[in-house]
Ligand binder design. Structure first.
Ligand SMILES: [Zn+2]
Length: 176
């Protein structure tokens, strides 16, 4: 006489059975029960599908089909590509990878966004420098205004010295 498992016992063992973790003897009992019991069979199929989906999503995470050698190559050349350091042929090659590989495209978009951010902050600094520059120009103009009297003073001093020389000369000629 064959040993028969109850529905409760089979339900309790189902997940182990689905994952092949039962001894051959016990697995055979479960299989024999499933063959005769549509209710337990239905439970088993549902469980098996669930496990299958779970394994599938896990594999997707581990093995992204776009993480290829080509993509690794793209990643290592990305910064050079962005900075225009590659020759035309390599540029075309990387462009092609970016078009065909969504991961590469995403990386490219990310780095472009980053560059844009960097550029805008750079522009901002430049504008700040510009205002600083115009400020310094203004202050320089102000200084020039202040020192405009300088040449006049120099000229007057020179004129005074000239007059003094002439007067001294005239005195010398007249009295000696
Ligand atoms: Zn059953």
């Amino acid at each position: 006489m064959k040993y028969q498992l109850s529905c409760e016992q089979v339900t309790a063992l189902l997940s182990f059975y689905a994952e092949d973790k039962l001894s051959t003897k016990l697995a055979r009992y479960v299989r024999e029960h499933l063959e005769q019991c549509p209710e337990c069979m239905e439970k088993y199929i549902k469980l098996k599908n669930m496990i299958g989906n779970f394994i599938e999503t896990q594999n997707e995470e581990i093995e992204n089909p776009y993480i290829t050698k080509q993509y690794e190559d793209f990643k290592s050349n990305l910064s050079a590509y962005i900075d225009n350091e590659l020759d035309d042929l390599e540029n075309i090659r990387l462009k092609k990878i970016a078009i065909s590989n969504p991961l590469a495209r995403q990386d490219l978009e990310n780095i472009y966004t980053f560059k844009k951010l960097l550029h805008s902050s750079f522009e901002r600094t430049k504008n700040e420098l510009k205002t600083d520059y115009s400020k310094s120009v203004l202050s320089k103009l102000q200084q020039d205004k202040d020192s405009k009297q300088d040449p006049f003073i120099k000229l007057s001093i020179m004129f005074f010295i000239m007059i003094t020389c002439i007067v001294a000369g005239v005195i010398l000629i007249l009295y000696f």
